[in-house]
Design a protein around this ligand. Structure first.
Ligand code: DGL
Length: 253
């Protein structure tokens, strides 16, 4: 089984981490559109166009499945991607919601969804959570975090000011129990975000993607070793550097 993973940049590594941990695929082809990241504030048609271009890239490989490891693309282009290819295409929003269902049993709990402008404006999480009767939900676009992650800023002064910029007023007005990291870049800041809200719970789709694939496709394969190749539309060295940092011993050189 060979899987293609697509994100606008390096955020999809948070999904790759779970796939590698569970040895779900024999081969992983990662494609990050680092030349054009961030996608989060771009309009729907642009996101669809870029995503279809990524699909063209994957045609160079004989892949069995594509995971759209990007919430923004999952919110705006999943339908077009599914229409354009004859292998399964999996987005990250449904796995994200599955992770919420598995982890939050008290439906009154106060939940904060953070994501790019595009994902928040699409209301996909809000609607899915409403359907599941989670009613105490606040949504906030926190797009600057994407740029910080792409720059390799995972802690320190700039991150702290950005946390204050987005969250200070909210924190003063409301107790947040769980933050949904509805952008695949955000798990790279998970510790700092959780700390900001007094060590609150955090949830993201990387946590549930394995379970989701197993359930939906009745997929039971595991492989002793997974081979992974990284491709980026610009600066592949940065992608590799963050991959080494983030995935550590799960990958070889
Ligand atoms: N990692 C992406 C997401 O999950 C997109 C970030 C961006 O390109 O703005 O939404």
């Amino acid at each position: 089984m060979k899987v293609g993973i697509f994100d606008s940049g390096i955020g999809g590594l948070s999904v790759v981490k779970s796939l590698l941990k569970h040895k779900l695929f024999k081969e992983i082809i990662y494609y990050g559109d680092t030349a054009r990241v961030p996608y989060g504030a771009k309009d729907k048609n642009t996101i669809i166009r870029y995503s279809l271009e990524a699909l063209e890239f994957f045609k160079n490989f004989d892949i069995d499945m594509i995971i759209i490891a990007c919430n923004t693309v999952s919110a705006f282009a999943i339908y077009e991607l599914k229409q354009a290819c004859d292998i399964p295409v999996i987005g990250v929003i449904k796995p994200g919601v599955l992770a919420v269902k598995n982890n939050i049993k008290n439906k009154q709990e106060s939940i904060l969804v953070i994501a790019t402008k595009g994902t928040i404006n699409s209301s996909r999480y809000e609607n899915e959570l409403k359907k599941e009767k989670y009613l105490n939900v606040t949504s906030l676009q926190t797009g600057l975090f994407v740029s910080l992650v792409e720059e390799g800023i995972f802690e320190g002064e700039i991150l702290n000011s950005t946390l204050d910029y987005y969250f200070k007023d909210l924190k003063e007005s409301k107790k947040i129990h769980t933050v949904i990291l509805a952008c695949t870049h955000f798990p790279l800041l998970e510790k700092e975000i959780s700390k900001y809200f007094d060590n609150c719970k955090t949830i993201h789709s990387g946590n549930a993607i394995v379970e989701f694939i197993k359930e939906k496709y009745n997929y039971t394969n595991t492989f002793k070793n997974s081979k992974i190749s990284f491709f980026a539309t610009e600066n592949p060295d940065n992608l590799k550097k963050v991959a080494k940092l983030w995935l550590g011993s799960l990958i070889n050189d």
